[in-house]
Each structure stands twice: as structure tokens, then as C-alpha cells.
Design a protein around this ligand. Structure first.
Ligand code: NI
Length: 261
């Protein structure tokens, strides 16, 4: 059994490969037991919810990604709250900070909505799925300052900062997931993180439709079925038995996302 704890299945990217139904069928065929489809704005969160209602093995999270905040309108968080109350919503996300591109939303706006969504997750009793790019120190600083809002924990998804910072983030009680980049040839930093992380904090994802893992790197779109290449590679990197690692990842996912399910 595999689990893809972070994927985006609501876009049109999958039309060229038979549509999302086919994508899910291929995932099942390849042993993927559950997927968590992540929202990144209001529309994608609604679509993720609809997909979860149609498929037993699809769960979702709802939230505003920092790069998508240009679309944010006052009142949208009330709608996110409503979506988060759905029985198949397992987390609030993805949320965080993204300072990568100059034309990303202003940093103050990102910080404000990040904190408000942390507060909302705490009120709802949900974990958070965190996206952080080129903003390691500030993300850490906010999470430390608002540590009281992380009672239901969270996931650093597609973790790509240093192994040293991983220690700081894990001190906040967070989990970590890795995807395609951990299979890339020159990704030494990410590989070191995969090797150093305690097994009890490790999760697997694809972040599809992007970041297709080796041996299909470069193929678009990526799909949840490819999560097996991520997990198999993690087992090699960690010098662990792949079946044991698969079991551990399912345990971790249950602990973080499926407490009541
Ligand atoms: Ni994502």
C-alpha cells in the first residue's frame, strides 16, 4: 500500500492522459491506497471536495496557497472554513510563504493570511499542510511564534530546505513529506534530509501534476501512481526494507491525517 499525501488532481492537465478517473484507476492499480488532493485557492478547494465525494479513496485539504493570494477576497476564509468542516477534509492547506518570484503577492499579505489560516486550523482542530519556498527563516519564525496553533500538527510538504533546519522544524512537532525531487540526480540536500529524518516523521507525496520522479522525470503530467518510485527510492537512500517503510508511512499518515477515520 502506498499513500500520496499531497497531489493536485483538479486541474485540466490530466485531460491529455484520460482524465482524472483514469489517473485514479492507474493509482489503484499501482497499489496507491489513498490520496490527499490539495486545494490552493477557493475554486481548487471546492473541486477537491467534490472529487473526494465521488471517490472513497480521495481525501482533500482546503486553503489558500501564498502564491494564489491575488485571488483572495475578504470572506473567502469563511468558505474555506465551511469546506474544512467536510468529513473528508483532513487538513487546512496548502498554506505558507513563497518568496520565490518577485511578482508573488506582497510579503505582508502572505504573512497575514498564513497566520489567519493557522488560527483557523487550530479552531477547527485540523493539521496544516505547509508550503514554504525561499522563506525558510520567516516560516520558522512564524511557526515558533504561533506554536500554540500547531496542536494538531502539520506537514512540511515537499521539504527542500537544509537538514539542519529540518531539526528546527521537527522540534515544532511537524511531519515531512518528499516527492519527485528526492529522486533527482543532483538533489544531495534533499537526499540527506530523507536519510536523516526519523522514520516516524516521514511521508510520501507526488505534488502532481509537477515534479515527476525518476525514472519518468520530465514526463508531464505526474500522477499519484508514481509515488511508488518516491518510496522505493527513499527505502534505498535510508537502507531500509521497502515493505517496512511503506507500513511506517501509512502509520504516520494515519497519525497525522486520519485520526478519526
Ligand atoms: Ni502543492
Amino acid at each position: 500500500m502506498f499513500i500520496d499525501v499531497h497531489c493536485h488532481l483538479t486541474g485540466e492537465e490530466f485531460l491529455s492522459v484520460g482524465g482524472v478517473e483514469e489517473v485514479l484507476r492507474r493509482a489503484r492499480e499501482n497499489g496507491v491506497d489513498r490520496v490527499i488532493c490539495s486545494g490552493f485557492d477557493l475554486d481548487s478547494s471546492k473541486l477537491a471536495k467534490a472529487l473526494s465525494e465521488k471517490h472513497e479513496d480521495v481525501y482533500f485539504c482546503a486553503g489558500f496557497h501564498p502564491s494564489e493570494l491575488k485571488k483572495y477576497r475578504e470572506g473567502d476564509l469563511d468558505e474555506i472554513r465551511f469546506l474544512c468542516e467536510h468529513e473528508k477534509c483532513v487538513a487546512l492547506g496548502e498554506i505558507g510563504l513563497d518568496y520565490h518570484f518577485d511578482d508573488n503577492p506582497p510579503r505582508e499579505v502572505q504573512r497575514e493570511l498564513f497566520i489567519r489560516q493557522l488560527q483557523l486550523a487550530d479552531e477547527l482542530g485540523l493539521p496544516v499542510v505547509l508550503h514554504s519556498r525561499d522563506a525558510a527563516q520567516e516560516t520558522l519564525q512564524i511557526l515558533k511564534e504561533y506554536n500554540g496553533l500547531l496542536k494538531h500538527s502539520g506537514l512540511m510538504h515537499c521539504y527542500s530546505y537544509s537538514p539542519e533546519m529540518m531539526t528546527d522544524f521537527s522540534a515544532l512537532g511537524l511531519f515531512f513529506s518528499f516527492g519527485g525531487p528526492s529522486t533527482f540526480k543532483n538533489a544531495n540536500k534533499v537526499k540527506e534530509c530523507v536519510q536523516r529524518i526519523p522514520a516516524r516523521l516521514l511521508l510520501s507525496e507526488t505534488d502532481c501534476p509537477y515534479l515527476t520522479p525518476v525514472p519518468y522525470r520530465g514526463v508531464f503530467p505526474n500522477e499519484p501512481k508514481n509515488v511508488k518510485y518516491v518510496v522505493e527510492n527513499m527505502a534505498v537512500l535510508r537502507n531500509e526494507n521497502v515493505e517496512e517503510l511503506k507500513k511506517q508511512i501509512i502509520e504516520n499518515a494515519k497519525k497525522l491525517f486520519f485520526k478519526l477515520k
